[in-house]
Ligand binder design. Structure first.
Ligand code: BES
Ligand code: MN
Ligand code: ZN
Length: 490
């Protein structure tokens, strides 16, 4: 499907289905809308009246137009009050339009929406994201998909002529979001540490990035005892993935993105009980999936920033080789950890990944992880927790998130709570009390960072959606690829 920017007006456009955005205060049929209404023999006026269409944000009305008309169907989309219109609202509006066009089996779609913030490039970009993300469907695991591929062939963005560049940039970001969705949605018998490493290698060879996979022996040499402790029980080899994008010329900044890459989390010997969602734990590589998704987008967008994409990929399993509750592990910075709960495994893998990232002498490190159920309880499904040692970095991520339409809420690094992680026998335990569980997890990670500005994103909620929500369909969301990419570009 192709999205095209055009200066064709709603009056001149011909095709299957035309979507027109209307503000609550813009329902009087005047100007161009009156001309279009006249051309369609009064259809718009009738549709507004019959459906009691008020232009409320998120509302839609669809009808067939007389057979002699140059367009076959029309969609009216409510945009709410003009003063409240934001880029993310436009992204969601475009998603809603795309879903209707798909349902109506349209081949050609024309979209007429206002320009937000007087920024036509950004408007074209968010509309593009909304359309592609809403239409993405994952038929990989069905022998006969019930939901056939959408028939949509072309989408014309009316009044956005000259904005093809914005569309193309958005499509690069979308390709990364979709890669992340597909990695996260694939089950643990399909996406393994081995295939994650292969995906990194594919991105590297396709887009000219450099990649290094540290095998188990390499990780042993690096002293990554925390990561390897988690990996011990699995029959699959652990893979420590390090993908690097290097711009031409001197990089303006050097950044590292570190994603939790548990291709399955059984809990280990502290095995997850029934009702704990063990069957959803294929999504525990959501951080790594988004890291590779961001790599794919950034490799195409080519910013003047050096970016390291890192993931310590493994499974948390049980076997005669499994780490025991009570084992003491030594991380690559020399710190010792008493594993009082084998289900708090993500932080153990991240510990060594963060130490590795800091050795690269980058200007900032961001990790992202489906780290705690506690964060999901605190912030719900739509919002990720954000912790940072650096207010400037936190502000950068918040503003990238705003542009991206992804939600974060900053949480405290309350040092006092680290008392709950004190071990009588090692430098720390890996689990504290139930209360404040997402905060103690963040404080644990902080032990593996010396002085590089660092932010931690606990994405346990937003990586997966049980139902259609905005630009997301039910299933893996690809969160927070858009924020990561916009952060790197900022
Ligand atoms: N992968 C889980 C966290 C998780 C829970 C992600 C629900 C997505 C949805 C993590 O490894 C885990 O098991 N965390 C434990 C920590 C506890 C043992 C301190 C948890 O949150 O229960
Ligand atoms: Mn776990
Ligand atoms: Zn986990």
């Amino acid at each position: 499907m192709e999205i095209k920017a055009t200066d064709t007006s709603t009056l001149d456009w011909t095709g299957d289905i035309l979507a027109v955005g209307l503000f609550e205060e813009g329902l009087e049929i005047t100007g161009d809308l009156a001309k279009l209404n006249e051309k369609l023999s009064g259809t718009i006026e009738e549709l507004i009246a019959e459906e009691e269409f008020e232009g409320k944000s998120g509302s839609t009305a669809v009808t067939r137009v007389g057979s002699k008309a140059p367009i076959r169907k029309i969609i009216l989309v409510g945009l709410g009050k003009s003063e409240d219109l934001k880029l993310d609202g436009m992204r969601r509006t475009a998603a809603a339009i795309a879903r209707i066009a798909k349902k109506q089996k349209s081949k050609t779609l024309g979209i007429s929406l206002p320009i937000v913030n007087e920024d036509p490039a950004a408007t074209a970009a968010v509309i593009t994201e909304g359309i592609h993300l809403a239409l993405h469907q994952d038929n990989r695991f069905k022998s006969e998909p019930e939901d056939k591929e959408p028939k949509l062939e072309t989408v014309d963005l009316l009044g956005l002529g000259g904005q093809q560049e914005g569309i193309s940039r958005a499509e690069k970001i979308v390709s990364g979001v979709i890669l992340a969705r597909e990695l996260v949605a694939a089950p643990a018998n399909e996406v393994t540490p081995i295939t994650m490493a292969e995906t990194a290698q594919d991105i590297a060879s396709k887009y000219g990035l450099s990649v290094k996979i540290l095998e188990k022996e390499d990780c042993e040499k690096e002293g990554m005892g925390a990561f390897l402790g988690v990996a011990k029980a699995s029959d699959l080899p652990p893979k420590f993935i390090h993908l690097t994008y290097t711009p031409e010329g001197t990089p303006r900044r050097k950044l590292a993105i570190v994603g939790k890459g548990l291709t399955f989390d059984s809990g280990g010997l502290n095995i997850k009980g029934s009702g704990s969602g063990i069957e959803t734990m294929k999504m525990d590589m959501g951080g790594a999936g988004a890291t590779l998704g961001a790599a794919k987008a950034i490799a195409q967008l080519k910013p003047d920033v050096e970016v390291h994409f890192i993931s310590a990929a493994t499974e948390n399993m049980i076997s005669g080789r499994a780490m025991h509750p009570g084992d003491i592990l030594k991380a690559s910075n020399g710190k010792t950890i008493e594993v009082n709960n084998t289900d708090a495994e993500g932080r153990l893998t991240l510990a060594d990944a963060l130490v590795f990232a800091e050795k690269l002498e980058v200007d900032a490190i961001v990790d992202l992880a489906t780290l705690t159920g506690a964060c999901l309880i605190a912030l719900g499904k739509d919002i990720s927790g954000l912790w940072s040692t650096d207010e400037k970095l936190a502000a950068e991520i918040k503003s990238a998130a705003e542009v991206s339409g992804e939600k974060f809420w900053q949480m405290p690094l309350e040092e006092k709570y680290f008392e709950g992680m004190k071990s009588p026998i090692a430098d720390m335990k890996n689990t504290g009390p139930r209360a404040g569980g997402s905060i103690t997890a963040a404080l644990f990670l902080k032990q593996f960072i010396k002085d590089t500005p660092w932010a931690h994103l606990d994405i346990a909620g937003p990586v997966w959606s049980d139902k259609e929500n905005g630009v997301n369909n039910s299933g893996a969301t690809g969160f927070p690829v858009r924020t990561l990419v916009n952060w790197v570009l900022s």
